[in-house]
Ligand binder design. Structure first.
Ligand SMILES: Cc1cc2nc3c(=O)[nH]c(=O)nc-3n(C[C@H](O)[C@H](O)[C@H](O)COP(=O)(O)OP(=O)(O)OC[C@H]3O[C@@H](n4cnc5c(N)ncnc54)[C@H](O)[C@@H]3O)c2cc1C
Ligand code: SF4
Length: 494
């Protein structure tokens, strides 16, 4: 274990964040990593518990507790403490294909289940993970390791998000020939065109892609499977196909005036900004600008928060985030004890920035949109919002949030961003392969399996589970790769 008395001697210390008013001047990541000595002290805080919940990834009350990848956290914490960085990287790489992504964007389910967090502050596991992978790149340990033997089997992966990349990485390691087909102009799925640069700078993706290419994976961009590339061609020409095409159908808001100019889905807004940043550092003007606009973000979740942070960087006049549900408590309820995922109110980076710039939290709870109002030219000028209350539906017996008549308010607004969740995968792809869907329009498989009803066609990631997390998409990709390998070879050692 790290240092037996480490958790008593050292306080939790996190990477310092640049102040909100300073960091909104650009779209860069804004944390300064701890020094090597400080990071080793943080690893020394790990108690190497008899039952390390941090690495369990179990499901408690429908929520995941601990790392879904079962990262061997106490082991690598000890190795970091003793300065054995290369071994720490080898342990981390055993269970995780992309620690450079998760150590930046993961909500750190491990830390919420850390035993140190029961009575004090959890170990900085996510930052330790970042320190290990960045050491590995700096020292050349994370470079290409192409397989020594090729099996001659060919696999097509549709979609290059974390699930598709994990499938590709695993199957290529096993010696299969993998081609990844991506509809967008760049590889990465929502890592590239969803999660903003502030959380994940895009050169981090490119660095890993260079390694994967050198290891033999082929990437084809602007390859819309089901339209430009026929599904039959992939099924005929490859030994297996994996659909990892995400859950990109956005949930809409069906209120009067929805056709007004100035209403966009969150991912379209975020993608346009990132693409313009990558293409021209925003100088091409090909993005949806929030500059000098009153913005309303519909949806109080993480995607909504990313929109808030992005709007502030554009120079918006004001930003309001509508959330249908009541504010969560600031600390755990008794009914939500450790090591369950804590159902508490989190103030994320975008909201912190809104507080710094506008002097108040952008979130308004138990509120939704009743109507969008437009001017004579069809441009959005106001949004009518209404308060909600929780009531039991007499017919179904289910608790629902219902509007409270008479609580309407008009807010000036020239830009609305809808971040109200996602409704499964896009039908043209699933129809093209003839795969069955669940009621939630996710691709159907047997419980815990990845083979669809179509012979040789497998699935992984958000298109299989619904919109989730990067770490869970990677886990799906790894598990799916194992099933594909067994299908092709009769056994698997992945
Ligand atoms: C704005 C936003 C912010 C988020 N922030 C976080 C975060 O901070 N932390 C976190 O853990 N999770 C976050 N998530 C969730 C996370 O990004 C997803 O759960 C994860 O990316 C899913 O991975 P995936 O590989 O299944 O799908 P995706 O990442 O959605 O990738 C699917 C890919 O398939 C491609 N594709 C689709 N159809 C076709 C086709 N027909 N032909 C070829 N290619 C196709 C798409 O273009 C896309 O590139 C966020 C999501 C959003 C929307
Ligand atoms: S992937 Fe996420 S949950 Fe797992 S160790 Fe890293 S930060 Fe923790």
């Amino acid at each position: 274990m790290g240092k037996p008395t480490g958790f008593l001697e050292y306080e939790r210390k996190e990477a310092k964040a640049v102040s909100p008013k300073e960091r909104i001047k650009n779209f860069n990541e804004f944390h300064t990593p701890l020094s090597e000595a400080e990071q080793r002290c943080q690893s020394a805080r790990c108690m190497d518990c008899g039952v390390p919940f941090c690495q369990s990834g179990m499901n408690i009350k429908g929520m995941t507790s601990g790392c879904p990848l079962n990262n061997l956290i106490p082991e690598w914490n000890d190795l970091v403490y003793t300065g054995n960085w290369e071994q720490a990287y080898n342990r981390l790489h055993k269970t995780s294909n992309f620690p450079e992504f998760t150590s930046r964007v993961c909500p750190a389910l491990c830390e919420k289940a850390c035993t140190c967090g029961l009575n004090g502050d959890a170990v900085c596991t996510k930052e330790n993970e970042m320190a290990i992978i960045e050491h590995a790149y700096a020292n050349g340990w994370a470079g290409p390791k192409p397989p020594k033997v090729r099996t001659g089997k060919r696999i097509a992966v549709v979609g290059s998000g974390p699930a598709g990349l994990a499938v590709a990485d695993q199957l290529n390691t096993r010696g299969h020939n993998v081609t990844v087909f991506e509809r967008a102009d760049r590889i990465g799925g929502l890592l590239r065109y969803g999660i903003p640069n502030m959380k994940l700078e895009k050169h981090i993706i490119d660095r890993k892609l260079e390694v994967m290419k050198a290891e033999g994976i082929e990437f084809v961009t602007e390859a819309n499977v089901g339209e430009k590339i026929k599904a039959k061609k992939l099924v005929d020409e490859y030994d297996a196909v994996v659909l990892a095409c995400g859950a990109s159908n956005p949930r809409d808001i069906n209120a009067p005036g929805r056709d007004a100019n100035g209403i966009y889905f969150a991912v379209d807004f975020l993608k346009a900004t990132t693409k313009s940043l990558l293409d021209s550092d925003l100088s091409d003007g090909k993005f949806i600008s929030a500059k000098d606009k009153n913005v309303i973000v519909i949806g109080g979740g993480d995607t909504g928060n990313d929109c808030v942070g992005t709007c502030i960087r554009h120079g918006c006049k004001s930003v309001t985030q509508l959330e249908m549900m009541p504010k969560a408590p600031d600390t755990r309820r008794e009914s939500n004890p450790w090591p369950q995922w804590p159902l508490v109110c989190k103030t994320d980076y975008g909201q912190e920035e809104a507080i710094a710039v506008f002097g108040h939290d952008p979130r308004i709870y138990t509120t939704t949109v009743k109507e969008f109002k437009k001017d004579k030219k069809g441009n959005l000028e106001k949004v009518v919002v209404i308060s909600l209350e929780s009531k039991v539906d007499e017919k179904t017996g289910r608790r629902m949030m219902v509007p409270v008549e008479g609580t309407e308010k008009e807010l000036p607004c020239e830009l609305v961003l809808i971040a109200a969740g996602f409704l499964g995968t896009q039908k043209y792809v699933t129809d093209a392969f003839g795969v069955e869907l669940t009621e939630r329009t996710n691709i159907k498989t047997e419980e815990g399996k990845f083979a669809t009803n179509a012979a040789g066609v497998f699935t992984a990631g958000d298109c299989h589970t619904g919109q989730s997390l990067v770490v869970k998409a990677i886990r799906q990709g790894r598990d799916c790769a194992r099933e594909v390998d067994k299908y092709l070879m009769g056994y698997t050692n992945l």
